[in-house]
Design a protein around this ligand. Sequence first.
Ligand code: MN
Length: 742
Amino acid sequence: MSDFATGDLQNEKPVKTIEDLIAKVRTYFPTADVTLLEKAYQVSERAHDGQIRRSGEPYIFHPLSVAGILADLKLDLASIATGLLHDTVEDTDITLDDIRKDFGDVIALLVDGVTKISLMSFRNTHEKQGENIRKMIVAMGKDVRVILVKLADRLHNMRTLNSMPYEKQALIAQETLDIYAPLAGRMGISSLKIELEDLSFRYYRPDKFYELNQKIQKQEKERYHYIEDVKKLLINEITKAGFKCEVYGRSKHLWSIYRKMLNRNLEFEQISDILAFRVLVENLNECYGVLGHVHSLWRPIPGRFKDFIAMPKNNNYQSLHTTVIGPDAERIEIQIRTQEMHLIAEKGIAAHWKYKEQKNAGQISDQFDWLRDLVNLHQQSGNSDEFLENVKTNLFESEIFVFTPKGEVKEFPEGATPIDFAYSIHTTLGNTCTGARVNGKIVPLKYKLQNGDTVEVMNSKTQHPSKDWLKICVTSKAQGKIRTFVKEEQRKQALIIGKDIIDKEFRKYGLSISRFIKTDEFEKYLKENGLQDLDDLSVKVGYGKLEPKHLVERLAPSSVVSDLQNFGPGGVANDTPTFLSKMVKSAHAKTKSNSLVIVEGLEDVLVHFGRCCHPIPGDAIVAFISRGRGITVHRADCVRAYSMDQERQVEVQWNKSSNLTLSRTTKLMITSSDAPGLLKLMSEAFAVQGVNINNATIRTTKDKKAVCYFDVSVKDASQLNQVIFDLQKIKGIISVERMRQK
Ligand code: MN
């Protein structure tokens, strides 16, 4: 984004009447059918009749001005009509249906979008702000023109902020700096961004604004001759080389200078490159030609040359930037670009519409991928804080440029990793990314890409995205794709588990779900629970959100009732127990006493123990429904347990009445001095407590210590603790630790 705009919106002729507006539209769209604008004006004027702005002017002046700004951006008639109508639904008797009837669906959608954004405040708490930005992004996703109208609305409000109460001015200015100016920048509309920033600056820090403004005006006066000299020199040199050009020169805008002073902790007098010159030429080759001449005229400052032509910014900005030591040893910045690039730089996304009426006019074009990604991410991310963080990174943070092995340029927010890079190329590449070769060297997934890196993605078919990846990537695209993958994967697993659980539940009663899926009762059950089909149901069960028991009760009440009557506590046996119900009852009892753990809500479920932490009876435990194999039990403090999907956690406890005498294996690490005979003492300690050693590995360290790893079979935690206690008493043993995977 450039620091100064030459096609300033504030220099455009203001619109005071509908005739002014139509004349302005005709300057760029001579054949426009303006009846739409006339009609929109009439409706708006009638609706706002009698309303007065704080400034004392009739209200209609505001929508007219907003429409005027949109015409300055050379937007299409639908946007301009929306500008005229944008406050009618919020502030007058007119309804959205009225607008739809009179102006059609497109304008109704635009007015609705602008109204919704107007009702949001970004001055609230963090969470509210995130939520509102999220809504705004959604509105933008429907039609980008919504945000263009909103930006024009905000610009006119900023231009007339003087009439607002003093306390409100600073707040509105802050909000404009936080949200609307960056948004204009991201849309590539530098003229709008610059004016919004300087207007905000005036109300946000009036003291600093006026001080700086005075200094710059004084300097510009003093420098008048200097600026003219540099311009003349440039024009002479470039014309001599046979190119046609336009040259502009002036100070950068106030807010950018003030920010530089703040960031670098400098006084105004210490800021060196305040002057910037812009050279507009006719074609791309001439840009580089002119650059050569500039560099032969004045010495360039190393590291300050940026080629945004070869690598356009995300918002499509293209230009060459260089800083040189100009006359009188003054540092000056020179930007070189074509007229066409200039149009994009000043008007950004707005340059794409111009006056062309086209289908799908408001759809996000391919060049604004980042916006599309944000809209997609919004639909996946449940957490508004996380979303806000993402918007901030993707919308407002600085950028880095890296290269593909073929030399193509890719642009990322700062902090991007090989994962972001891989997803920017292809989803499959992202999903299988294992790391990258950066400038020929292998780097891990979490490596932060640096400006100028050449990045080659490494991948493997067996690699899959995990939730952890979300923490090490920054682009909305990568986050969205990872989330989609993880969700699908979890759904697949839940489906398998759920099917299994349902099958088992039905089998308990000698039934099969397949007999019921065509029944009305089943359909009714699905509907009540908001489910589509059996798969949907299985997923819910797999996640532990529905109990299949209730399903059996609903679909085959008689099977369940007879079971209860015969065997339930206090049940009266008025029926001969069937063979089936007997079997169910005994199977029931057997599972309970046989299993080491009891899982809430699930009986007869396959139980595994985490190989990472080897829980034994007595340990604090947690359990998770796991991929197609029932549930997996972890120790409560196992790191793996933290990384599991918490949605799949189920309540679990050790079965105290378990009649199993099976032992569980766990691992111990014993560090000792390398004294002979210690191993014998250790194995004796195990034997005394009746603990079997399944496996032992011993390593000696350089500092003459021995580290022994034991796989041992124990009954429960108290037996293990006794052994550990005994071992620690042995002379020469430094530590005894129960192992867990890191
Ligand atoms: Mn308004």
